[in-house]
Design a protein around this ligand. Structure first.
Ligand code: HEM
Length: 512
């Protein structure tokens, strides 16, 4: 037999092969050991029985409505519970005390892989980025939401609300119609004008390519989220949904890119930085500092901020600032439509401040609307626009005596936290007085988190509250709203955003 060959005719493995095999074996054994340890730690938490390989995927199988109900059931296992989606462990937190460790932390700021579905649209903008990039962006963008800048947007809010009220008036004959669509288009007009400084006239032209693309893309992302077989890009792009998704992106990115280069040109020719406000733009409208202008200003000072970065953030604001406020305003109107006495109190306050005039609101007026504010807070408690938030921890953490291993996705069930009877007695009752200062003082600081909390909270909170106050006060100055859907029968869909399953049919009665 030839030297170095076994009797099977295969060369006997030399030393390098032994080393390689032993190393591979050691890597595999270490991986198995670590995986077993992780599984063991996750299994210490209570949760529904999981099956091999699929975990609890079958438990969540069904429509988004079923998924939301099942997720709620998991919270019944305890404030810290676990479930598996395939091999991926999730820890579900549903009490103020349990979420504090995550939300207050400076370390656990990574979003989970679920957010990667947003990458094609938003790139690595403020919502989806992590680490140093997120940190520097957050620092850069925080001044853009300063009170004084928001004040500048008041004109946009009021003029778009006038259009909304005009459109609603045409429907205000006491018969029910779905207001959801009307509010969506108004919120879209507002965010496009404030983020890009560009009017897209969604309310007047709801069939435009851009409006349709934003609407379709938001729906497609939600559709994909709960269909794991559509998660791999190559599979998704083979489907008609994937092709539609790309076509929508082309329209949205196309318009945003065109706006960026147009605004850059205007800035160069007109010296926007020096003159800032009160000048006329190409189509004769007054120009104000849109978020885009602020970003362009930053990029002129810091050349490392390129067009791609600006595009990411403009898209991020448009995504984060339109569906969330739409949902919040709809839920508020539904709450008013089902609580006559509370609506009357809001309208009494409005009449006192505006004395029956139809003048636009000033910042001082809006500050006076204290009861309206309590109602907005309570409606965001019962119906938080973002029903859950997901982070991924990179280091082990201990919550309520459970050791949660690194790599676990932590889902925060905002909807359930807002229904904790210890923090909010009779949680299903709509009671704005819960937000009177004397009641808030007794509550856990993380009991009410519609805008999340801690370092990664909503940067647009003040913007959203101002927009909501302008739009909602205008609607209630003009109409009484009424809903025929009883509180307990309202069906909710908890996808990325919490929506009414069958729209928001309201009856509007003109007040004068
Ligand atoms: C009622 C309306 C709104 C609600 C309830 C809301 C809620 C939230 C929540 C819960 C988060 C945390 C999400 C997470 O951690 O996954 C968030 C983040 C964010 N929101 Fe809002 N939001 C609203 C309006 C807005 C508006 C109007 C804008 C922009 C104009 C905006 C921009 C953002 C951004 C950029 C983030 C990411 C912040 C970061 O990670 O640093 N939001 N929002």
């Amino acid at each position: 037999m030839e030297e170095g060959r076994s009797w099977l005719g295969v060369g006997s493995p030399g030393l390098p092969t032994y080393i390689l095999l032993t190393t591979c074996l050691a890597v595999v054994m270490t991986w198995i050991y670590k995986r077993q340890q992780k599984v063991w730690l996750v299994e210490q938490m209570p949760g529904p029985k999981a099956l091999p390989l699929v975990g609890n995927s079958l438990f969540f199988w069904g429509s988004p409505e079923v998924l939301f109900q099942q997720l709620y059931k998991v919270t019944e296992f305890g404030a810290v519970a676990r479930f598996w989606l395939g091999p991926k462990p999730y820890c579900l937190l549903s009490s103020a005390k349990a979420v504090e460790a995550i939300l207050s932390s400076q370390k656990h700021l990574h979003k989970s892989w679920d957010y990667s579905l947003l990458h094609p649209w938003l790139g690595e903008g403020l919502i989806t980025s992590a680490g140093k990039k997120w940190h520097s962006r957050r620092k850069l963008l925080t001044p853009a939401f300063h009170f004084r800048i928001l004040e500048d947007f008041l004109d946009v809010f009021t003029s778009q609300t006038d259009t909304l009220v005009r459109r609603l008036r045409a429907q205000a004959d006491g018969r029910p119609f779905d207001v959801f669509h009307y509010i969506t288009l108004c919120a879209l007009d507002i965010i496009c004008e404030t983020a890009m400084g560009r009017r897209v006239n969604a309310q007047e032209d709801s069939e435009s390519d851009f409006v349709r693309a934003v609407h379709d893309l938001s729906s497609l992302i939600q559709f994909r989220q709960f269909r794991p077989w559509l998660h791999p890009d190559f599979v998704f792009h083979l489907t008609s949904h994937g092709r539609k998704h790309d076509a929508c992106l082309k329209v949205i990115h196309g318009l945003a890119k065109q706006t960026i280069s147009m605004r850059r040109k205007v800035r160069r020719t007109k010296g926007f930085g020096a003159q800032k406000k009160a000048q006329e733009d190409d189509i004769g409208q007054k120009t104000r500092q849109a978020f885009l202008d602020l970003l362009l200003e930053y990029s002129e000072k810091d050349p490392t901020i390129i067009n791609e970065d600006i595009l990411e953030e403009v898209n991020t604001f448009m995504f984060a600032g339109h569906d969330t406020t739409t949902a919040a305003m709809n839920w508020f109107l539904y709450a008013m439509g089902t609580h006559k006495e509370i609506q009357t109190r809001v309208q009494e306050e409005l009449d006192e401040v505006f004395q029956g005039s139809d003048r636009p609101p000033t910042m001082a007026d809006l500050r006076e609307l204290k009861y309206l504010e309590l109602c907005m807070k309570e409606s965001l408690r019962v119906f938080p626009s973002v029903p859950s938030i997901i982070r991924e921890i990179k280091e082990e953490i201990q919550i309520n005596n459970y050791r949660i291993p690194a790599g676990t996705s932590i889902a925060i069930h905002v909807y359930r936290i807002h229904r904790d009877p210890e923090q909010f007695p009779n949680p299903e009752v709509f009671d704005p007085d819960r937000f009177l200062p004397e009641s808030c003082n007794k509550r856990h600081p993380y009991a009410y988190i519609p805008f999340s909390a801690g370092p990664r909270n909503c940067i647009g909170q003040k913007f959203a509250q101002l927009e909501m106050k302008v739009v909602l006060s205008s609607i209630l100055r003009n109409f009484r709203v009424e809903s025929d859907i009883p509180w307990k029968d309202m069906k909710v869909l908890g996808e990325l955003i919490l929506r009414p399953k069958e729209g928001n049919p309201l009856k509007l009665h003109p007040r004068k």
